[in-house]
Design a protein. Structure first.
Length: 150
């Protein structure tokens, strides 16, 4: 009887405690990695803070008194890549009219390029226009330009 009591009061062997602690650490680190990955993907605004770009130049092509095409030159001077998501002229979304063959929509840090927009369906003429470019992360830059024929 004394022997069975002694067996019952024995401590957990070192092998079992090592395996148990290793399992606890692996589960805890897996949960931490899962949470960190979720947080990084669900809070992209942290990257938007590093986005910096400028509209360097805007040009217009006319056919008679009507604007048929516009070009927007963009320069990315931020620390992260940007992708143009939307382009607005006077608060009109002209993204669907981007000429994809002639346009560059993704810019690495330090890169520049142009976005060409077909405006032949809008019947716009000379005047002042607000050009706004929005990235996938929601950063936007706006520029006021004047379109003059000739």
């Amino acid at each position: 009887m004394l022997r069975s009591v002694a067996r019952w009061r024995r401590a957990v062997s070192p092998l079992i405690s090592d395996v148990l602690l290793t399992g606890i650490v692996v589960v805890a680190m897996t949960l931490l990695l899962t949470w960190a990955t979720w947080y990084a993907y669900s809070h992209p605004s942290k990257m938007a803070v590093k986005e910096r770009f400028a509209i360097e130049h805007v040009w217009f092509n006319f056919t008679g008194p009507v604007i048929t095409e516009a070009g927007v030159y963009i320069y990315n001077f931020g620390k992260v890549s940007i992708t143009v998501d939307r382009v607005y002229i006077n608060d009109v979304d002209v993204t669907d009219d981007i000429v994809t063959d002639e346009s560059k929509l993704s810019y690495a840090p330090g890169e520049s390029g142009k976005v060409v927009i077909d405006l032949s369906d809008y019947n716009w003429g000379e005047g002042t226009y607000w050009v706004k470019v929005v990235t996938e992360r929601g950063t936007h830059v706006q520029k006021v330009v004047t379109a003059l024929a000739g």
